[in-house]
Design a protein around this ligand. Structure first.
Ligand code: MN
Length: 504
């Protein structure tokens, strides 16, 4: 990674805004009110409510966004006394999105309306099939589409103006359902989906994120409260403790049906505790398994013309994305990780910024039985026999890589205090379009250095702050510049922790 050292004058807020190309007033959504009278929204709402005596079948997605979107719609239908049921496809058995088997199930069980949330724009054929079987079709989705699906009603952020243009499915469902009646739990789940799906953190999304935090700090929302275990309610604790647990279930769904999570989120009472153990257990297993898989993957991966590629029968398909992500972050190189099963390879690819892996693999997409994603993340399936063809393609075609510059915020050691932490906290939430700044300390002097768990170096910077690195490779590195994030030290109140990302 190459760095640009920002030494501009001004407040932290001004400098962070300038680095991100954001106007400071965009951060303030205190005056924002959702536009419940929006025409697109109204039209969808009317079409939906016209069927209020019919039975709805909701088909969601197995990630946090899709699970929250499904939960929000189930709550709305319950409040409106609309009969409804839901199904989250199994990642391992169904794959992503609507399929004809699910459509058959809906029709056979006498549902009248099919509602896809967080999927649907790409399921043109399946939706046509549903219509042939006599089902009314509704889609609430935010994925990119080339042709608008022919459905009875369609809700998509592209139909909205700027402040709403990057809603996730949970955000869309929350907007729709709160335009019909206001419900705080809906705002919490809409905010959680927004945090999970890495969409823009401005406009309506920023409003939702703030609402979520405010409500969670004021009310005990049982399902979230239990998942947080003992951590405070912050964007970070939700992102690190809650969302991964919700996402873990679909990754290991041969052990626990992902629909279980919707049931958990729907039960905002202490009774939801009954589901908690299983979700926590799956998450612990997810952590253990990904650690093992990552270690194995680093051992047996091949370097093919600058692209790492690895396959194994020991890999779990649902964890390939996590592993690819982890290894890509460690080595800064593109990587493809495949789980092998009955001669089939299913996996994920990740690439660093400046690398368009999606476009690159399009060149050989004819060998893929499934292919999707975007520049830095792809999901793909293929026959095991075609693995060599893939390698050959990579050898013969260079994956172009434009090294990216990262602008870091230069500060001095004297700036390291609770005041700075407060200033940074006030800029939250960070996210897409508004990256948390990396701080940079030059000519670093420290009074003491020691190792934590025999491998992670810690440096005492001043009486308030210690710097720590979770990269054992940094234990003996010579450096004069430290780049990282400032955090509250969890163990010693009032103390700060500078988490090192890089040493130069
Ligand atoms: Mn989504």
């Amino acid at each position: 990674m190459k760095y640009l050292f920002n030494k501009d004058p001004g407040t932290i807020k001004e400098r962070v805004c300038r680095i991100n190309g954001v106007r400071p007033e965009q951060l303030d959504v205190s005056g924002f009110r959702p536009d419940y009278d929006n025409e697109i929204l109204k039209e969808f709402k009317e079409k939906l409510l016209a069927e209020k005596d019919k039975r709805f079948f909701i088909v969601g997605d197995y990630d946090c966004d899709g699970i929250c979107a499904t939960t929000i719609m189930m709550r709305l239908f319950a409040d409106l006394k609309i009969r409804a049921n839901y199904y989250i496809p199994s990642r391992s058995k169904d794959g992503y999105g609507l399929n004809s088997r699910i459509v058959d199930t809906a029709a056979e069980n006498d549902f009248d309306c099919l509602l896809c949330v967080d999927n649907g724009v790409a399921a043109t054929e399946q939706l046509e099939y549903a219509a042939e079987l006599g089902l009314k079709t509704f889609v609430i989705d935010h994925h990119e589409y080339s042709r608008k699906p022919e459905v009875d009603a369609f809700l998509h952020p592209d139909l909205f103006e700027e402040d709403y243009a990057d809603m996730c499915a949970g955000g869309l469902c929350a907007l729709l359902s709160n335009s019909i009646r206001e419900d705080e739990l809906t705002e919490v789940y809409g905010g959680l989906a927004t945090l999970a799906d890495m969409v823009s953190v401005f406009g309506y999304n920023r409003y939702m994120l703030g609402k979520m935090l405010e409500i969670l700090n004021r009310e005990k929302i049982y399902p979230i409260h239990y998942l947080l275990s003992r951590s405070d309610v912050t964007y970070d604790s939700l992102a690190f403790n809650v969302i991964p647990k919700i996402n873990a279930v679909s990754r290991l769904d041969e052990q626990l049906n992902v629909n279980y999570v919707v049931r958990y989120l729907l039960d905002n009472s202490s009774g939801c505790m009954a589901y908690l153990n299983k979700i926590e257990m799956i998450n612990t297993e997810r952590k253990d398994l990904s650690k093992q898989m990552a270690a194995l993957a680093s051992r047996i991966r091949e370097d093919v013309n600058g692209v790492f590629i690895v396959r194994s029968q020991a890999f779990k398909e649902g964890l390939c994305g996590l592993i690819a992500n982890r290894l890509m972050n460690e080595c800064g190189r593109p990587i493809l990780v495949f789980a092998e099963n009955d001669g089939e390879l299913k996996g994920s690819g990740r690439a660093p910024q400046g690398c368009d892996l999606y476009a690159y693999l399009k060149g050989i997409s004819k060998i893929f039985t499934a292919y999707g994603g975007h520049q830095q993340a792809v999901g793909l399936s293929m026959k095991g026999d075609d693995y060599e063809k893939l390698k050959e393609y990579i050898i013969n075609n260079d994956l172009k890589f434009e090294e990216q510059y990262c602008e870091v915020l230069c500060i001095t050691k004297d700036d390291l205090d609770v005041e700075l932490l407060k200033e940074l906290d006030e800029l939250k939430p960070f996210g897409s379009g508004f990256a948390e700044p990396l701080l940079c300390l030059e000519n670093v002097e420290y009074s003491r250095k020691y190792l934590i768990s025999k491998s992670y170096p810690k440096f005492v910077l001043n009486e308030n702050t210690e710097a720590i690195s979770f990269n054992p490779g940094f234990a003996d590195k010579d450096f004069s510049t430290m780049i990282g994030h400032l955090k509250k030290d969890d163990y010693h109140r009032g103390k700060l922790s500078f988490v090192i990302e890089d040493l130069l």
